[in-house]
Write a protein that binds this ligand. Sequence first.
Ligand SMILES: *[C@@H]1O[C@H](CO)[C@@H](O)[C@H](O)[C@H]1NC(C)=O
Ligand SMILES: *[C@@H]1O[C@H](CO)[C@@H](O)[C@H](O)[C@H]1NC(C)=O
Ligand SMILES: *[C@@H]1O[C@H](CO)[C@@H](O)[C@H](O)[C@H]1NC(C)=O
Ligand SMILES: *[C@@H]1O[C@H](CO)[C@@H](O)[C@H](O)[C@H]1NC(C)=O
Ligand SMILES: *[C@@H]1O[C@H](CO)[C@@H](O)[C@H](O)[C@H]1NC(C)=O
Length: 950
Amino acid sequence: MWGMRIFDCVFAVSWCYLVLFAAARVTDPTEVHALLAVKSYLDDPMQHLRNWNKGDPCRSNWTGVLCPATVGTDGHFHVQEIQLLNMNLSGLLAPELGQFSQLLVLDFMWNNLTGSIPKEIGNISTLKLLLLNGNKFTGSLPDELGNLSNLNRLQVDQNEISGQVPKSFANLSRVKHLHLNNNSISGNLPPELSKISSLVHLLLDNNDLSGFLPPEFSNLQNLRILQLDNNNFGGSEIPHSYSNFSKLVKLSLRNCSLQGSIPDLSRIVNLTFLDLSQNHLSGTIPSNKLSEKMTTIDLSDNQLDGPIPRSFSDLPQLETLSLDNNHLNGSVPANIWQNISFNGSTRLVIDLRNNSLSNITGVLNPPVNVTLRLGGNPICNNSNLPKKGVFCALEAGEDLPMNSTNSTVDCQKQSCPIADSYEYVPASPLRCFCAAPLRIGYRLKSPSFTYFPPYIDQFDLYLTSYLNMDPYQMSIESYIHEQGRIKMYLKLYPRVSDPSNRFNDSEVLRIRGLFTTWTFPPNDFFGPYELLNFTLLGPYSNLHFGNEGLRISKGIWAAIILGAIASAVATTTILTILIARHHARHQRVLSRNRPSSRASMKIDGVKTFTFKEVALATENFNSSSKVGQGGYGKVYKGTLPDRTIVAIKRAEEGSLQGQKEFLNEIKLLSRLHHRNLVSLVGYCDDEAEQMLVYEFMPNGTLRDWLSGKAKENLTFSMRLCIALGAAKGILYLHTEANPPVFHRDIKASNILLDSKLNAKVADFGLSRLAPALEEEGTVPHHVSTIVRGTPGYVDPEYLLTHKLTDKSDVYSLGVVFLELLTGMHAISHGKNIVREVKMACQSGLMLSIIDSKMGAYPSDCIEIFASLALCCCNDKPEKRPSMIDVVRELERILKMLPETGTVSSEFTYMHSSKSLSSSSSYSHQGQTGSSWNVLGSDAMSDATLAVSPR
Ligand SMILES: *[C@@H]1O[C@H](CO)[C@@H](O)[C@H](O)[C@H]1NC(C)=O
Ligand SMILES: *[C@@H]1O[C@H](CO)[C@@H](O)[C@H](O)[C@H]1NC(C)=O
Ligand SMILES: *[C@@H]1O[C@H](CO)[C@@H](O)[C@H](O)[C@H]1NC(C)=O
Ligand SMILES: *[C@@H]1O[C@H](CO)[C@@H](O)[C@H](O)[C@H]1NC(C)=O
Ligand SMILES: *[C@@H]1O[C@H](CO)[C@@H](O)[C@H](O)[C@H]1NC(C)=O
């Protein structure tokens, strides 16, 4: 009766929020469905997607699903990136992928996906990066992909795609990178592609293309790399229009069955790499001087004749000149290297074997860095040739090692004291430091050079400067040249000044984000890269790339909580959702903050104490400093050097936890701040000791006050305030703490009183996290663990089933309320307080057991409080009010109290606890009690707080 109207009203509000909550602040249901469809089409042997059914994709931790931090105009979250590279996935891509309306990145690189690329992907008009390289896709490229007018990068290389390049690709008006190489694509190159004015890299090498090279391609005025090696343009010529490519850096047409002559490419000012080898090109080599940037000229295995152009002697960057297996004649210019300044790593390989070269112009005395091969030329018959054997071998031989493992500094020989995954690395200039590297598999897909060592430093600088790092923070562990590509393993290190010796999590995410979204500034010389893997080992191994940065504002939580007051059902539903959300967030936070070592541990807002400091504060754990004893261990009072008084909990042998667990709990505790929670000051994690340092509560425990150990007696309003404070602290743990915490051991001796007798809940949060969502669509019900708690306070349902819920804490708090009412112990002389009070209530003797030390109290208020307490102690969890209901009800009772100090006629004076069994004030019981299911009888259930709205 009381409160029912309010509850009706609040129920309406709650429903509004429920609707808001359910309909608006979640991922677009179509996209949720699409993600589930994507998962259902995949084979996921490593279970990377095992959390793709828990909670909401954008709000929980769905692996590889990234969303923006805010909802769209339609009030829904929309998936922005799907990043599932290198996850051992096989199976198919679901057509439902087409249902993402705001997707920017679709990344399935380096898996084992089969089937064809679904044409529905063409519906994702927002898509910028489509990254499907390194799979086993078959079938042809769908025409519909041409609809992706916002696409910047299309990578489908290294698959088994057949069919033609769709003409519709001409509509990819924003595409810069078309990587279709290493497939079985056949047919003509559509001349229409020349309309893609934005195109920068066109890689179609290693396919079955035929037909001819479209002359129109020279209209691609932004094209830097044209790589078409290993196709079969049988009989086609290299269009002479190609001399008009204005920005071309690399032209690679190796083994394309090309005929005709080589066009004059001397006007392409930035041309750096030219490979026309293994064709049927004939005629003479154009004599006009090529760009000074040339590093590589490979015209080998053709039918070229005439002389070697003198202009080849003017190329200061040249490192490869391959003219072998042609019909070149005339003399060898002995000055090709004249303009090259060799240093430690530069070299030049000139291969002129198997031509008709008969003479040498100048004195043949190449520097050590030059390898000259003349075998198979008439010149080798000339006995005057110096070092004949060296120059005239027919085999190419191994000139210089092309692959390398880095052997920079001896740092590696030392071992890091921290952990296996850390290593000693050189920090500039001559210093080693211990650091945990990020490991990156990286491949230059189409570099404009053939020999890497001269450019390693430049490459280091290029990558690190963009990563906002110093060059020493990167090392190339090893690299290998493979068919024109350079595959390497990189390690990135934190700054030497970084005290944690590792990247923090946001830094890892930032770095990975840069690599996976190709935001590096284009560098034509190094060309496009591919990310082979980004392995997280050691301290990073628990980092998860799901949705980041998504936080739900306090306001929304408040709204949800406010709205949820009305019905127990609504409340339960929302609470469970909240708990799940918190838990999901918690997991992320926890896993991202996993401490790596004792040495690198630093927790915000919490001090670290050494054993010595604590020993000093407690006079070496003097027994006179001991103020209590709990399950965890002894509690000492200590005085810090700055005179702050603290309580120190020292774990006993059996209570010691693993260091990781201990530190995780500290992290958790350090984030719990509420005026009704005892706050953590610091901790000591020293050798065999684990200690928690809390603020000291001068007024001790509620139990002490109820037992009369304190000087004063607590009045009813003081007791109500204490009850309310405790309830608020616990409500915070349930709903506001991140992650949510079930206390599990609420009792009068865990409720401490500060100097102003404010209640503060203690001993929370140790190993006791709230549960996660279990299955799709089901709400979290419980955590099953070993029963913990104190006899007399433990939820009977929990005892039976081992299922811990938020209602278990409600039960324990109800017992504390009964203690506040009666002053009794939860269990004394074999009597259980709940049963005693229930029996007293049933026999109309309620007031007879009210604590006589309480003094005067308004009887209606005490009845409501008693009803609330008993309702909390209902055997059936679902009939107990939720913590928010408890808080509300206590507030309501407090408001009903007359001004403290004014004793009105409503107060009943308690002279003798026994004499009041039939007090007139108790006759109200019939009215008030009917609102609460005081005795847990089913007859009253429809009038209880837990009344269902349905
Ligand atoms: C793909 O499957 C093959 C065997 O079928 C396996 O050897 C390979 O490691 C897989 N690759 C990936 C990236 O999962
Ligand atoms: C050639 O390269 C330089 C340096 O990368 C660049 O500034 C210039 O614009 C390029 N020229 C053309 C025509 O692309
Ligand atoms: C190239 O020449 C320089 C200077 O003579 C020398 O120090 C270096 O070792 C040579 N490099 C190779 C790879 O031979
Ligand atoms: C080789 O070249 C020199 C001049 O560079 C010339 O005198 C000589 O006749 C040439 N020999 C042959 C066989 O062509
Ligand atoms: C988040 O995902 C990662 C990777 O799948 C997983 O290790 C972690 O436990 C997940 N956390 C939650 C709360 O699901």
